[in-house]
Unconditional design. Structure first.
Length: 349
């Protein structure tokens, strides 16, 4: 039977019933019900056949059209949950969720960029209002599985370019990299290194692009071998900071891709008897609360993490209420915050 035929035989709203879809594709109605409810006891080939049929018929659970889930939850999914950066995101999501009577379920992908099948089974079983993905994304099949259940998702601080129809919230990472580097160049620094995040993460590349653009704008050549790709951790900042500070032409300034990395650079400088900011200027990224309390207080780029998180929750709520968010991609402003860790280039440089 064609999709058109089954629609004619369906409910008054024109949507085919589970029984009609089951008859069309040659499976049992209970099998379709199991897939819709996130049960794992369905053969992979059968599950795939059911998922495709549900998508073809644009089938959604009763209530999903109006945005009324079975439980008032937001699923918050992190690529990696291991730093103060994550806490700021969690705080923003929980603040917005609390105001709207929602609970929050946290998931940590352990460094993976896409959830494993077990996570999907759990999400489909609890049927949240929506999913917020932080520095992570979904496979095509996972997007289809959420779509057939009426579970929408928003990407926050994307690790890559999301599909054009996926709502996304981020900040102007390119301008953040530009501002940090312009600041250091204005202080007379000409040997500026950058320690960014993973090279396959979009925000990391955007910050490096801003760093390059500032050099080009000032007509200053890049310091050879001064672009380092790492993770956003203290250990990453320490490792690359140590390597940079042992060079014969060591940089007079280091722009770190996160405040946590900057803490590692400060530690490396202390161990090498390099005084900040007299011998080395350091700029971080994020403006976490701790940035104002370290010694010296950290010059950094303010990334409005809590505001980004709250914006993502509002987008999920808008979609659940049937409102298409405009624009679908929101980019919040970043801002340079000057403190004590940056100063004029040393005279001997």
């Amino acid at each position: 039977m064609s999709p058109e035929g089954s629609r004619k035989r369906g409910a008054a709203n024109g949507r085919p019933t589970i029984t009609e879809i089951a008859a069309e594709i040659g499976v049992s109605a209970p099998s379709i019900s199991k897939v819709l409810n996130g049960r794992s006891d369905v053969a992979p080939a059968t599950r795939l056949k059911i998922e495709k049929a549900l998508q073809e018929h644009n089938y959604q659970r009763h209530g999903s059209q109006t945005g009324t889930p079975s439980a008032p939850l937001i699923d918050l999914v992190f690529h990696e949950l291991d730093s103060a950066w994550s806490i700021e995101i969690i705080r923003g999501v929980e603040n917005a969720a609390r105001r709207n009577g929602l609970g929050v379920v946290l998931s940590d992908l352990g460094g993976q960029h896409s959830p494993q099948p077990g996570w999907m089974d759990e999400v489909l079983a609890r049927r949240p209002l929506g999913v917020i993905l932080v520095l992570s994304t979904l496979t095509t099949e996972q997007r289809r599985q959420l779509g057939t259940r009426g579970i929408r998702y928003v990407v926050l601080d994307t690790d890559g370019e999301p599909p054009s129809n996926v709502p996304a919230v981020g900040s102007n990472n390119w301008y953040g990299g530009l501002s940090a580097t312009r600041h250091l160049l204005s202080l007379g620094h000409r040997r500026i290194a950058i320690i960014s995040g993973p090279e396959d993460v979009l925000c990391s590349r955007a910050r490096v692009d801003g760093y390059r653009a500032a050099h080009a704008e000032a007509g200053v050549p890049l310091l050879e071998g001064a672009i380092r790709w790492s993770d956003f951790s203290v250990a990453g900042g320490f490792e690359h900071g140590t390597a940079l500070l042992t060079r014969p032409d060591r940089p007079t300034a280091i722009f770190a891709g996160s405040d946590m990395q900057a803490l590692g650079v400060l530690r490396a400088a202390r161990e090498k008897n390099v005084e900040v900011p007299r011998d080395l200027s350091v700029v971080g990224y994020d403006d976490l609360p701790l940035a104002a309390w370290v010694a010296p207080a950290l010059t950094t780029i303010n990334q409005p993490l809590s505001e980004m998180a709250e914006t993502a929750v509002r987008m999920v709520l808008d979609i659940a209420r049937g409102t298409d968010p405009h624009p679908r991609s929101i980019e919040l402003a970043t801002e340079l915050v000057v403190r004590e860790s940056s100063g004029p280039a040393p005279q001997e440089a």
